[in-house]
Write a protein that binds this ligand. Structure first.
Ligand SMILES: [Zn+2]
Length: 384
């Protein structure tokens, strides 16, 4: 039998000393009950005597709909079925589907916050692509350069930073094509990786300033004793920072030339032996574009549509990292392992980006993605 500490179910009572703590041995299963989705467990915290259901604080908590239906709706959101289609197939309102999406995005943020930390990443590819969130917002605009901060032209940019060695999406952010968003992408990436990886992007000018804002050293000069104004402190790129660009020259949509240029850290890049490339992050952006159908609704405003795009992007990120085995990451199984599975004899071990990066040891199921619970980060560090 599983020991109480293995349930992965923290106490949900804020007044309890074991509130949201895990692996404390205070929770045990006391009963089961039957739902339309099957048998579910009731737990009790022995510290405060609070009973609670296993779906408490998950995407499924207190829903009248069956788990299968909720999961089907969320899966359809990941494969380009639009709201009206989901609503028609499942017989639920569009508002209901959007409420499930909100919960799923919230859960995905918790997964990112708890698992995307200290990633052993040596290089990062950066890219941004635009996505129409609604034709009705569309206006003619200049296609080049930075967009307006409020980006009222109906285009939103989906920014991705990717660790190519693991195919891992480190960040996925929705925002206008401005220096501020570039800074946010780099800052979030920095917070999730260990050390300073090499960065590669296209020729977009904002990344250099964003990278230096995150990775720099400030040199201050000692007073010389002479008269006159002292020298101002100088802000320089961190000596470990490497940044390379892949510059594409296009004319009327046709690629003319492709050239690479090392912007910062030429020597170190040679030492690391990395090649400047953005191919994999561009592939991810294409995947995102293919996966996410426009979610604009006739009645909703621009900000709401942007928020929904953000929710879908973050949910897709968690699904992609944790629950979707990546073809290029699969590993050959040893001969004796092949025979252990009976008649089918799989020759490969499936791997997700999260497994490749050492964040988890298995391919997560879709249900696991929606129900996994974490204890607060500060209490984890307290207990070591
Ligand atoms: Zn308790």
């Amino acid at each position: 039998m599983r020991k109480p500490k293995d349930w992965g179910q923290p106490c949900p009572n804020p007044a309890c000393t074991h509130y949201r703590r895990m692996q404390q041995g205070n929770v045990s299963a006391i009963a089961t009950y039957l739902t339309q989705s099957g048998k579910r467990r009731i737990f009790r915290c022995h510290t405060c005597e609070t009973p609670f259901s296993e779906t408490r604080e998950t995407v499924f908590f207190d829903l009248r709909t069956s788990e299968d239906k909720v999961m089907m709706a969320l899966k359809m959101l990941l494969v380009r079925v639009d709201l009206a289609g989901i609503s028609f197939v499942l017989g639920v309102t569009e508002e209901t589907v959007l409420a499930w999406l909100r919960r799923a995005a919230h859960q995905a943020e918790a997964i990112n916050q708890h698992l995307l930390r200290n990633l052993p990443v040596t290089q990062v590819q950066l890219d941004e692509m635009w996505n129409f969130i609604g034709r009705k917002h569309a206006q003619e605009t200049d296609a080049a350069g930075e967009s307006l901060p409020d980006s009222a032209d109906g285009r939103q940019w989906v920014w991705v930073s990717l660790a190519p060695e693991f195919r891992l999406m480190i960040t996925a952010i929705v925002g206008p094509r401005t220096l501020d968003t570039a800074k946010e992408v780099v800052a979030v990436t920095k917070a999730r990786v260990a050390g300073i990886p090499a960065f590669f992007s296209d020729g977009f000018t904002c990344y250099l300033a964003a990278l230096i804002a995150a990775f720099h050293v400030v040199t201050t000069f000692a007073r010389t004793g002479k008269r006159g104004r002292p020298r101002k402190p100088r802000c320089e790129p961190h000596p470990d920072l490497v940044y390379g660009q892949l510059v594409k020259q296009k004319h009327q949509g046709k690629l003319l030339t492709l050239s690479t240029r090392v912007v910062v850290g030429t020597e170190r890049l040679t030492h690391l032996g990395l090649r400047i490339s953005t191919a994999l992050v561009e592939r991810i952006n294409l995947t995102l574009r293919q996966a996410l159908a426009p979610l604009a609704r006739k009645t909703s405003g621009f900000c709401k549509d942007r928020e929904r795009l953000r929710q879908r992007v973050v949910f897709f990120q968690a699904f992609y990292n944790m629950a979707r085995p990546h073809m290029s990451l699969q590993q050959p199984l040893a001969q004796q392992e092949q025979t252990r599975h009976g008649a089918i004899r799989p020759r490969w071990r499936q791997q997700t980006p999260a497994m490749a990066a050492g964040m988890t040891d298995h391919v997560w199921t879709f249900r696991e993605l929606l129900t996994v619970k974490f204890e607060p980060l500060n209490s984890q560090s307290m207990s070591g």
